[in-house]
Write a protein that binds this ligand. Structure first.
Ligand SMILES: [Fe+2]
Length: 173
């Protein structure tokens, strides 16, 4: 008799994200975010994985690197008060909130101001998603303004070893 291990949700998520990340470029961010929406609020999704926070800054943990180098999926862990810089992306991106609540603010460039100005703010709660194409004018910041840790899952369209240079276009710290 062949006994097969039950497939855990994270494995299925990786498979479905891989399919979505091979869709036509203009459809890719929404397709990947749609997959995240189906999984990200499952409280058991990261069971058994250690994703500690960092006292100094938000921190990322690699969940999956596409063997073909088309994308990587990471968990970002945010302590209260931690936030990203104000940035756009050199690549497409998709995210979903696994636990906690993040505040996503959007910005527009203003040549008369020292840094981009806020145009909208949205609460992203567990199960919520967001996504966007590579666009220097799609400027945002994620922040944990709540009182509990938050964890979000992000997919970017570059290999993990290029995250330091090829993901964020930073406008302001
Ligand atoms: Fe971002």
């Amino acid at each position: 008799m062949i006994i097969t291990k039950p497939r855990i949700a994270l494995d299925v998520l990786k498979e479905r994200v891989t399919v979505a990340a091979r869709s036509p470029l203009q459809d890719r961010p929404a397709a990947v975010a749609g997959v995240l929406a189906d999984f990200v609020s499952d409280p058991q999704l990261l069971a058994g994985l250690d994703c500690p926070c960092c006292p100094d800054r938000y921190i990322r943990h690699l969940l999956h690197a596409d063997p073909e180098g088309g994308f990587a999926m990471v968990a970002l862990v945010w302590r209260p008060g931690q936030m990203s810089p104000i940035h756009a992306h050199h690549t497409w991106c998709a995210l979903g909130v696994h636990r906690g609540t993040l505040t996503e603010s959007f910005y527009a460039r203003d040549e008369t101001a020292p840094e981009p100005v806020t145009t909208a703010t949205c609460l992203r709660r567990a199960g919520d998603i967001s996504h966007g194409p590579a666009d220097p004018n799609l400027i945002h910041r994620l922040a944990n303004l709540g009182s509990a840790d938050a964890l979000s899952i992000h997919v970017y369209g570059v290999p993990y070893d290029k995250f330091g240079s090829d993901v964020n276009l930073v406008y302001a710290a």
